[in-house]
Design a protein around this ligand. Sequence first.
Ligand code: SF4
Length: 349
Amino acid sequence: MNTEHPATSALSGMDSVEMAALLPLDKPFRAKQIYRWIANGARNFEVMTNLSASLRDELSSRFTVFSTSISQTLTDTDGTVKLQIELSDGSMVETVLLTDEKGRKTACVSCQVGCPMGCAFCQTGHIGYLRNLEAAEIIEQFYHLEDSVGKLDNIVFMGMGEPLLNLRAIRKTIAILTDPEGRGLSKRRITISTSGLCEGIISLADEGPTVRLAVSLTTANSELRKSLMPVTLSNPLPELKKAIAYFSGKTGSRVTLEAAVMAGVNTDELSAQEMASFARDLNVHINIIPWNPVSGLPFTTPTNKEVRAFVHALVRLGLNATVRMRRGKSIQGACGQLGSRPTEERNDI
Ligand code: SF4
């Protein structure tokens, strides 16, 4: 398994201190100028008009602002947009724009090429794993989306890959996106979603950044979860519960428990009771996600009636539970559907 990061001289993933150390600048303050240019939408050196023409030429000949490019853009009738992004080594990742009923725009970004976690219900989990993304490759997904659809309100690390296996790059991405001298995104607008890696959750609680946490619980039945989410084998549910309690105790924030529900698998009364028992004493909200179809996987999307009955059961048991609206289904951009697919299956805009 190759987890090495390819070398890139793209500046998008650097802060101004790194730029000052690397770039042949005539004045140290130029690094901050370049840093601000990139946060404000510059994608090449030519547009950085407060730099001299000779400096712009030199920078252009030796460095690039971005290391990635959009290879395909797809849009759903519900407004969801999916970008397929080509990395410098030819690998592809996907990034999705989700727009809620109030018009707020959220970027769902990938953090790995593929994913090693192998969740049974997820397309990405079935395409294998190649490597972690660098900070530049994650930040550029956000910027590519902003270039395509305008200013974004939120970012969720919920695309391809397990973010807590790439915390170094995630931390750097967040530091750059939240820097008041750069893009200035609020940390409250950032969510990291994990399949349930206890060590990573505790590291996030202890060392930050202080962002929102979502945990893909799916089911609180230990045996079923082991079969659906192999992460359970090394991160058993009692340990996961402790890690979630530690995170919300330390940060004071409520954690979202995500549950992808599949017809006849994890929606019955017993499933609700097990989830209620897991969530008891935790500061959590439950987000139910009706499973989005992935060809070749042995699951069925539950009917609205089945989903409603499950949510009612959770609420009756005292839980705070809602259903996430399904978006991006026709472009394979919904939760659990991300993964490279043949071009002819797509609908270009
Ligand atoms: S659900 Fe998330 S963690 Fe699980 S395989 Fe898919 S991308 Fe990986």
